[in-house]
Design a protein around this ligand. Structure first.
Ligand code: FES
Length: 62
């Protein structure tokens, strides 16, 4: 699988990682970055367990 470079700020800390191109944000946060605060639930966009805030807007990370 192709890895793509991503850079972002997570709770005030700069992060840079190579993430699988098909990975969800949920997978990247939990398994690559080590932030387990967003949880996996339905993985279909209905339960909201994976919610994160991106640029001030609530988004689903799955
Ligand atoms: S895991 Fe349920 S909406 Fe994302």
């Amino acid at each position: 699988m192709v890895k793509v470079p991503v850079q972002f700020t997570l709770n005030g800390s700069e992060k840079a990682e190579f993430i699988d191109s098909g990975a969800t944000l949920l997978h990247a946060l939990r398994d690559k970055i080590g932030d387990t605060s967003p949880k996996g639930g339905c993985h279909q966009g209905t339960c909201g367990a994976c919610s994160v805030i991106i640029d001030g807007e609530l988004r689903l990370s799955c």
